[in-house]
Design a protein around this ligand. Structure first.
Ligand SMILES: Cc1ncc(COP(=O)(O)O)c(C=O)c1O
Length: 389
């Protein structure tokens, strides 16, 4: 009984995110059509599906035909398996010592780049009398994870000694795929090709070769190989492309994906205030004239970025309402002066579109001087996700 009452209470706080699973499925179809049926999509659902709910998203995507999912680690893979996701799951950030048997048991696919990892996995797979496919990661220039190309021969020695491991994939990650004139991108792709050739010479023939994230999926067909790893495109976004240090757009740099998440709240209180009234912490915003202020039950504890204080806007009715004063932990003030028919309980859109108005994660990112990924992943657990088919 107590649990039911609690669940009811949580569900009534009127700040929530709607996740359109039909938009997600549509985005997957758009990406698949773009790369063609011959290229396998590894749908990246790490970080709880970029804040959209990994389990629900993976279910919808699997239903739409996705056969591979990318997560960062074992802890992110377990809920997917528990939810009945049967597709292949790539652990993109490898694994930690002690996780090997669970990886074999759950039929997960680890990314590896060190001899020690190969030895641990071989031991576990041998112990469980299983065959374990792995994906080798090579550092072609990102300077983050992966074996250096010159250290690959040594890794091949360990691989040849591992009777239970199968080199199914070869991957790398591009550092600047949205920068169209970045010399690093062709260099990284050439380096990947050389490593692939080297592996062939050593007797390994990984059928899945992958490098492309969203920006490369959109703009660089030469990077697709046999598998691509889009994340953000599935959720309806991509980074702006750049050339010569400037943002560029145009043909070949667009994909008609649509944002999947709409973040909403409801007006908690309406206040008429006088001119010269300081609003919120620090009184950084002072009204110039009498104003009507709506108090929204959302704050930085929900992931509503504090950098939007006195800079961002929300949609109330058919209008934009500017954020006034500092966003606090649980509350935000917006100026609704002159907006007709506003009442307590009315919906306000924090991220999303209505009647030709739109506030998207790109706008938040620009105001908060960050990337749109951080905006989406930053919507906190306090905000319930409602998945809509
Ligand atoms: C290794 C790897 N592959 C693919 C992706 C997906 O990138 P995007 O969301 O830009 O498509 C990420 C995301 O950061 C990643 O770390």
């Amino acid at each position: 009984m107590a649990t039911i009452e609690l669940a009811k209470r949580v569900a009534t706080r009127p700040t929530w995110a709607e996740v359109s699973l039909s938009a997600l499925r549509q985005n997957f179809r758009i990406v698949q059509k773009h790369v063609g049926d011959g290229v396998t999509i590894c749908a990246v659902v790490k970080a709880d599906g970029y804040g959209h709910g990994a389990v629900e998203c993976a279910r919808a995507l699997e239903d739409e035909g996705a056969r591979w999912f990318g997560v960062t680690s074992l802890d992110e893979a377990i809920p997917l398996r528990e939810a009945g996701i049967h597709s292949r799951i790539l652990l993109m950030t490898g694994f930690w010592r002690g996780e090997e048997e669970e990886i074999v048991h759950l039929k997960l696919t680890p990314t590896v780049w060190e001899t020690g990892q190969i030895e641990l996995l071989e031991k576990a797979a041998a112990h469980m009398d299983a065959r374990l496919p792995i994906h080798l990661k090579v550092d072609t220039g990102m300077g983050r994870l992966g074996v250096a190309p010159e250290d690959l021969p040594q890794l091949c020695v360990a691989l040849k000694a591992s009777k239970h491991l199968v080199v199914e994939g070869l991957s790398t990650h591009l550092a600047s795929s949205e920068v169209l004139d970045a010399p690093s991108v062709p260099e990284q792709l050439q380096s990947l090709d050389r490593v692939d050739q080297l592996l062939e010479n050593e007797g390994f023939h990984p059928p899945l070769v992958h490098a492309a994230n969203t920006s490369a999926v959109i703009s660089r067909g030469e990077s697709w190989n046999t598998m691509v790893r889009p994340g953000i495109a599935l959720y309806g976004y991509y980074l702006p492309f750049e050339r010569a240090g400037r943002e560029v757009s145009g043909k070949g740099l667009r994909l008609p994906v649509k944002p999947v998440l709409t973040w909403k709240t409801r007006i908690l209180s309406l206040r008429d205030v006088r001119a010269n009234q300081a609003l919120g912490y620090g009184g950084i915003y002072v009204t110039k004239a009498p104003a009507r202020v709506a108090v929204l039950p959302v704050g930085y504890a929900d992931g509503f970025n504090r950098a939007l204080s006195s800079r961002g806007r929300v949609i109330v009715g058919e209008h934009y309402a500017p954020i006034v004063g500092r966003i606090s932990m649980d509350l935000t003030l917006v100026d609704v002066t002159g907006l007709p028919d506003i009442a307590v309980g009315d919906e306000a859109i924090l991220l999303g579109a209505r009647d030709g108005l739109s506030v998207d994660a790109r706008e938040h990112a620009a105001l908060a001087n960050t990337v749109l990924y951080e905006i989406l992943c930053g919507i906190s657990k306090r905000v319930p996700r409602r998945h809509i088919s």
